[in-house]
Every structure is written in structure tokens, then in C-alpha cells.
Ligand binder design. Structure first.
Ligand code: ZN
Length: 343
């Protein structure tokens, strides 16, 4: 219901997490300064996590992976060392991973590269609108099991809805098309994994969704979703691939660039929408790692999912149902992608 697959997460992904800096520790000095001025934004997220304890009301335990200390959210954390992993693993050449990557004052939080146009030329982004409005009428087809490398899962799921019936599949398609328009205006080539309708009465299956990104040689892939957990659980989170190897899955090469992509998107999404990172998982970082999503496991390109909010919470649902808010969401995701690509 919540994601494209349904088995409970295993604890193994937690051990695969590098002691990375949180995404906001890498943001520009401008943003950090703004956060210091407005502690209700940044510090508030941390407090939310501490008070919330990460408990989920959903039947599935959350997969929390970004260890967070209160000090990590301090602006001074931006000067701390880089990640312990690969220093420059991003195929996009994103400089975000290294200590020398501190952005210049006044730099856009979405990116620091000066040659923006060149950085985006010839680049491809694949957008994956989560679920399909037709899935409800094709339960047999979408329940077919497919190989996700480490396991077998349903081809696709119906997704969730708001209490008033606004479907996650409608939401994800709307945001995806808005996102496509923003990215195309930047000169990027954009591929949607599907546009529902007659050409795609259901699905695609999650393995095909991954394959579309791979075959497009996408420089970045984003799967757009909204969550469906109980009222009171609010905010967005970005899902990053765990280290998975088995069958057709081998995520080793995409883990670090996907993290960089996810951090960029989380930071920009928070900025454009005003939404806070989820208060029910992710330790207040807005970042979660999972190893049970075929769409991530089978990807060979930098890829993340974004859960833009909780459709079952009235306040989040009001935002998700607003075209104006969805445009801000698309803008934030786009800014994150563009920043990741160095534009
Ligand atoms: Zn979903």
C-alpha cells in the first residue's frame, strides 16, 4: 500500500548505512545561515524526531537509517569531514561528497557548479510516477510476482488515497508531469516510465520501471509517491537504495550517487514546499534507506523514491491535493535533480 512492494523491511539495511553527514550539513552557507535564523525550521525537525521517537503507526516497521545527533544539525556541522565512503563516486560529477565542496556564499542551494547549462546538456532524467490509476482494475496483473534480485514481489500495487478519494497514482502522475515540464525547460531530456491511460492500463511492473531508467542511461531517476500511514504522521521522506546484491540486483555503484541525489532533493523539497522531513521515520532527516524496493534494487542508475507526504493525514492531504503545492513539490524535486547534475 505504501510503496511499490509490501514485505516488511529487514534490519539489514541499517548496517549498510555509512556514518554520513545529514543532507542539511552539506547545504550552502546561505541555507545554513537561514536555518540558524529560523530555528523553527531546522532545529524543529530535529526536535520532532527526538520527541517522535521514530515510531510508525503503520503495520510495517519503519526503516530508519540516518543516525542523527542533535549536534549534527548545527550549522558548524557543515565544516565537518566528508563521508567515509567513496569521495567522488557520483557519475554526475557532483562535488557534494568532498570537504572541498563547500559552496561559495550565495550559491544556490540546488547546485554550485558555475557552468550550469553545460552541466545539463545531453543529460537524461527518468521520472517514475508511482503506481497507475488503472491498477485497481487490474489486480490479477499487478499481483503477478516479479524478480527484484533479492526476492520476488508483486508487479505493482494500487497505491494509497486520501480519505476523500484522491489517488496516490493521480498525485504521482500530476507531480511527475509538472516535474517534467520544469526539467525540460532547463534543457534536460526527460523520460516518464509511463503515462497511464490506454497505452498503460496498469503498471508498469517494478522491474520494468527500473529497466526503463537503466536503458535510458539516466543520469538521475526519481520515483514519485505519497505515503499512506495514519493521521498525525506528517512530512516527506526520500528513500535511498541499500546495498543489495543478488539475482539481477547489484546496487553497490549507485548507493553513493543516489544518496547525493536524495540529499539534494530533500533539501530543495523542504525549501520550496515548506514541508518538514517525516516525523514518523528517518530520524528527522527526511532520508531513509530500504532494500525491499525492486525499483531501487534493480536500478543501475542513481535513483531515489520520494514520498511527498502522508495522504492519510488531513493536513498533509490538503497540501497534496493542492495544485499550487504540487507545483512547489515539482520545483523542489527539479531543483534537487538539477543541483545533483551540477546545473
Ligand atoms: Zn507509492
Amino acid at each position: 500500500m505504501r510503496y511499490d512492494e509490501s514485505s516488511p523491511p529487514s534490519p539489514e539495511s541499517a548496517s549498510s548505512i555509512s556514518p554520513d553527514r545529514p543532507w542539511y550539513a552539506r547545504r550552502s552557507t546561505l541555507v545554513v545561515a537561514a536555518a540558524a535564523i529560523a530555528p523553527a525550521c531546522l532545529a524543529g525537525w530535529v526536535l520532532t524526531e527526538v520527541l517522535g521517537g521514530g515510531a510508525s503507526d503503520d503495520s510495517r516497521p519503519p526503516r530508519i537509517v540516518m543516525p542523527l545527533s542533535a549536534s549534527a544539525a548545527l550549522p558548524s556541522a557543515s565544516a565537518s569531514g566528508g563521508p567515509s565512503g567513496s569521495p567522488s563516486a557520483s557519475p554526475a560529477g557532483s562535488p557534494a561528497g568532498g570537504p572541498a565542496a563547500a559552496p561559495a556564499p550565495g550559491a544556490s542551494p540546488g547546485g554550485t557548479a558555475p557552468a550550469a547549462a553545460n552541466a545539463l546538456a545531453g543529460r537524461t532524467v527518468v521520472i517514475d510516477p508511482g503506481h497507475n490509476t488503472g491498477n485497481f482494475q487490474h489486480t490479477t496483473e499487478i499481483n503477478r510476482q516479479v524478480d527484484i534480485g533479492s526476492n520476488r514481489k508483486e508487479c505493482d500495487t494500487t497505491g494509497t488515497t486520501t480519505n476523500s478519494g484522491y489517488m496516490e497514482a493521480e498525485f504521482s502522475m500530476d507531480v511527475s508531469k509538472r516535474l517534467r515540464a520544469v526539467l525540460e525547460a532547463k534543457g534536460l531530456k526527460v523520460v516518464l516510465t509511463h503515462e497511464a491511460g490506454k497505452a498503460r492500463p496498469f503498471g508498469p511492473c517494478i522491474d520494468e520501471r527500473a529497466r526503463i531508467g537503466n536503458e535510458a542511461a539516466a543520469d538521475a531517476v526519481v520515483s514519485v509517491h505519497a505515503d499512506g500511514v495514519s493521521a498525525g504522521s506528517r512530512g516527506f521522506h526520500v528513500i535511498l537504495p541499500a546495498k543489495v546484491k543478488g539475482g539481477g540486483a547489484d546496487t553497490a555503484k549507485i548507493i553513493e550517487p543516489s544518496r547525493q541525489l536524495g540529499e539534494r532533493i530533500a533539501g530543495n523539497f523542504a525549501r520550496t514546499t515548506g514541508s518538514a522531513p517525516a516525523n514518523y521515520l528517518g530520524s528527522g532527516t527526511g532520508l531513509v534507506v530500504r532494500d525491499d524496493l525492486g525499483g531501487l534494487n534493480l536500478s543501475t542508475r542513481p535513483k531515489v523514491f520520494i514520498e511527498c507526504g502522508n495522504m492519510r493525514d488531513a493536513k498533509d492531504a490538503a497540501q497534496l491535493s493542492s495544485p499550487e503545492w504540487r507545483q512547489k513539490a515539482a520545483q523542489g524535486i527539479a531543483d534537487g535533480i538539477v543541483g545533483f547534475l551540477g546545473g
